[in-house]
Design a binder for this molecule. Structure first.
Ligand code: ZN
Length: 243
C-alpha cells in the first residue's frame, strides 16, 4: 500500500506527554487549546514537533472563568505565528457562560480571524446555525465546524461558503455523524480525533484515524489513497484559505 498522509484536524495535544505524541508518527495534527495556559503549551509542542499546527483559543466551557484572559490569548494569537484560532465557539448545553455572552466573544474572535487571516477551529454544539451565520456575515474565510452533528440542511451553506466539517471516530456509535458523512460532499470533510476526550466509553485518539479514513472511503466509495489525499488537500485549504 502506498503511503497515506493522515490528518487530525482537531486534537488536544497539550493533554498528551511527548512520548505519546511521538508515538502518533507523522499524522498531521491541528493542536487546539482550551485556555491561555494550554495555548502556551500547544505553541511549545509545535516548536518541538514538525507535524503539529498550533491553534490558540478559549473553549466555550472555560469562558466563564477566563474572560479576563481573552486579551492575552488574542495577543498570543497575533504574535506567535499560530496556524489559527481554536478551540473557540459556543455550546448551548455544557457552557456556564450565557449564550449571549458566548456569541459576543465569538464575534470578537471572528473579527480577529478576519483581521489577521486566521482559520477558526470551532466547537458549536447546539449553536451551529448561529456560528455559521456569524462567520458568513463577518466575512470569515476559513472555518472548521469540528465534530459536526448539526442539521444536514446546513451542509450546502457550509460547502458554498468554502468551510469544512470534521468527522470524529465516534461515528461508529453516533448515528447522526453517519448521516452527516453520507450527505456531505467529500470536499468539505476533514478527519479529527478530539483526543484524548472520551465519548461514551470510547477513548478518542489520533490512533483511531486509520480506521476512520477506511470507513469514510467505504461510505464515499473511494480508495483509501484517494480519500486520504482529498482530506489532506482539504486540510491544506482550511489552513490557507484565509491567507
Ligand atoms: Zn476539542
Amino acid at each position: 500500500m502506498s503511503e497515506v498522509q493522515l490528518v487530525d484536524a482537531h486534537c488536544h495535544v497539550h493533554e498528551y506527554d511527548e512520548e505519546e505524541i511521538r508515538s502518533f508518527g507523522n499524522i498531521r495534527i491541528a493542536g487546539v487549546a482550551m485556555d491561555l495556559e494550554s495555548s502556551g503549551v500547544t505553541l511549545e509542542l509545535a516548536k518541538k514537533f514538525g507535524n503539529i499546527d498550533p491553534f490558540v483559543g478559549l473553549h466555550p466551557w472555560n469562558l466563564h472563568k477566563n474572560v479576563d484572559k481573552l486579551e492575552q490569548i488574542k495577543t498570543l494569537a497575533v504574535t506567535s505565528g499560530v496556524a489559527g484560532l481554536g478551540e473557540v465557539g459556543v455550546d448551548v448545553r455544557f457552557a456556564k457562560a450565557s449564550f449571549k455572552e458566548q456569541l459576543n466573544i465569538f464575534k470578537e474572535i471572528c473579527g480577529l480571524a478576519v483581521e489577521h487571516g486566521l482559520p477558526l477551529n470551532v466547537h458549536a454544539l447546539g449553536g451551529w446555525d448561529d456560528v455559521l451565520n456569524i462567520c458568513v456575515r463577518l466575512g470569515v474565510k476559513s472555518l472548521l465546524l469540528h465534530w459536526y452533528t448539526g442539521p444536514v440542511g446546513l451542509l450546502k451553506v457550509i460547502r458554498d461558503a468554502g468551510y469544512f466539517i470534521s468527522i470524529n471516530p465516534a461515528i461508529v456509535i453516533q448515528q447522526k455523524q453517519m448521516q452527516i458523512l453520507r450527505e456531505a460532499d467529500i470536499n468539505v470533510i476533514l478527519t479529527e480525533s478530539d483526543g484524548p476526550y472520551s465519548y461514551r466509553g470510547l477513548n478518542l485518539s489520533p490512533r483511531s484515524l486509520p480506521n476512520l479514513v477506511q470507513l469514510i472511503s467505504e461510505v464515499k466509495n473511494l480508495t483509501l489513497e484517494e480519500t486520504s489525499r482529498i482530506i489532506y488537500d482539504n486540510y491544506l485549504r482550511f489552513l490557507q484559505a484565509s491567507r
